[in-house]
Design a protein around this ligand. Sequence first.
Ligand code: GLC
Length: 621
Amino acid sequence: MSSNNAYMNPALSPAERAADLLPHLTLAEKIGQMTQVEKNSIDPNDITQLSLGSILSGGGGCPEPNTAVSWRDMVQGFQKKALASRLGIPLLYGVDAVHGHSNVVGATIFPHNIGLGATHNPDLLRRIGRATALEMVATGIRWNFAPAVSIPQDIRWGRTYEGFGQDPKLVSELAVAYVQGLQGDDLTLETAVLPSVKHFVADGATVWGTSPRTARSALTGTETDAALSALASAHEAMMQQAVFSGAWQIDQGVANIDEATLRAVHLPPYLDAMAAGALNIMVSFSSWGGLKMHAQKYLLTDVLKGEYGFSGFLVSDWEAVQQIDPDLGESVIATVNAGLDMVMVPYHYHDYIAVLTNAVETGKVPLSRIDDAVSRILMVKFALGLFERPFTETPVSIVGCAQHRALAAEAVQQSAVLLKNEQNVLPLRKELPRLLVAGAAADDIGYQCGGWTISWMGSPGRTTDGSTILEGVRDCVGAETAVCYSADGRFDESAEVGLVVIAEEPYAEGMGDRADLCLTAEQQALINRVRPQVDKLVVILLSGRPLIVTEPLANWDVFIAAWLPGSEGAALAPLLFGEQPFTGKLSFFWPRSMADIPLNQEAEPLWPIGYGLTTAEVQNA
Ligand code: GLC
């Protein structure tokens, strides 16, 4: 890359620089820029040879060992390969840092969006976005596949927790703040991160039973669904159980809404994020108007890019292009012509490149469409200052730093919603003779974090650094208080107060679709073991959505929705003992029964959006 070319002049606008660089690219290099490959499938030399545009880590796409330093070494290694290409166009590395840099062991894990929605606090979201960006760039990564601006209508959906809430205005407000936090004050700085607003559009409006994946999810060896087939092959019993519970019944399904509803409810957060400078949008797996979103030219090109002037680039979702047609060539033609700019292939990139090249050479995809896509991608790379600063300088010591963990603790406290507090049982006295604490989830960071943590679906256990609810309780109580813990709720002794923590098993995407949201028999049994042992029963729920609690609630004195609080679970304890007041307010309707799902105006919710009790702050608690 010679320095006397105009495109190397940072004084020019990103669009001017992209326009000046584009003619220098061969067709092969242009198509290379439109290609995103997952990091386990790439031959690093191809990054150089093919002038690849992007590499990503999917959920759990971690280097070995999974440390911030090895993440940084991996990403920098890929970047060096890109800079060695003929034109030296820098790479954009993408990752799902959806609640902190959540693939990385030791990173700060913030509450998932459903909990952040309950904070109703844009300033907090902006600070979380900034902290997340700093931990990402410390590992060399400048592109976050977040925020999801889903507005879930049916909370049986496994991605409910990725949504901030069911009020589009609140979703917009929090998403804009988070986007601003990720971007920082100057997008060209190495501490700035490119948000990916997702999944366009109306991913949360799909109808139960309309997901095309159900038919395939129990099968293996399905070409157009390599990831799910691999999961089904490797974990057949788990997959069968998940499918029995409703997995892949609604995720990636059909949004049966009219255009007026799509524009009024689901589109505004994208427009607001674009107004805040967002330059990337990820397209949804779901369908609308009889078409998969990835082939929806009207919405992708006419509406988003035409009517609303979106100037950034559209990226596909994982293997989403292959879902359009059994023939890869037909799928690529349909989606690129619809307005898709970069394809998250993510495995067989040579096949993708070959069919797209053939499509251009045979005129099935106009060169003008390729040039438009590549211009957009290059413009964003110039806007991020990648040509000037392809490497980041932020020290890895910032990953999981005390300041960020304190911010996460603040978010945990503002996200917890107090839904029942019979006779003001809370705040608890710190000087209790004995306090019973029950539930495996009371002492488990993996349950606190839920999906998209270290691995795609997350998992129970001490999967990363942090603190548990039980550890927080032990820190809070007076020296004389005996804290008795039992994962299964079996205690010999009784006590004035018992805390029971119940949790959903961690899940992600359609693996979390559930037909029945009532408490499981195991959850009820745990609570019922403790109930007779205590005078006052406090139930804390760790979940990615409201669950049906109407019947058993009568036997509980206190009920707290803590959502998926992340790595700093100990921060819940000061709320229990009055050091901090509860301030969280629901951002989702809480259904009385399964009859209230999906969201419908006729249903009288158990608790409405905005509901949440507070507790008097106990002085000198
Ligand atoms: C997944 C998700 C998307 C994520 C992408 C990369 O399938 O749908 O939200 O950003 O793949 O992991």
